[in-house]
Design a binder for this molecule. Structure first.
Ligand SMILES: [Zn+2]
Length: 118
């Protein structure tokens, strides 16, 4: 969940809740709208990524261009990379065959599924 104070308010009044929405909806933007946020003098979306979501590396990459297509590709590649890492389930339960993407996930599972009763 993204809190409302983290939303991005576009110049045309629409709202973006996160970077994924920006990537998916960028095609709908008029050139004028995109230019009003990204141009050689500023990059509002890179600032949003850095200061609201603490995505410093992504922000740096986004700042490297004011070209709309390049900007979009950088953003999409970043999001794609995240989806891949999310799917890797490297923490396997030794009591059953279930696997989890994080240690926390595994420990929640073993607490709930394998806790000794009584
Ligand atoms: Zn298990």
């Amino acid at each position: 969940m993204v809190k409302p104070e983290k939303y991005f308010f576009l110049a045309d009044g629409r709202i973006l809740k996160n970077l994924r929405e920006l990537a998916l909806r960028l095609d709908e933007f008029s050139d004028e709208l995109f230019r009003s946020h990204v141009n050689p003098d500023k990059n509002d979306f890179a600032n949003w990524a850095e200061f609201v979501f603490e995505e410093k590396i992504l922000a740096q990459k986004l700042r490297s261009t004011s070209d709309r297509q390049k900007f979009h590709i950088i953003l999409l590649k970043d999001l794609l990379g995240r989806q891949k890492t999310k799917k890797i389930k490297k923490y396997k339960c030794d009591k059953c065959e279930k696997a989890f993407s994080s240690k926390v996930g595994l420990s929640v599972h073993s607490t709930i599924a394998h806790a000794k009763k009584g």
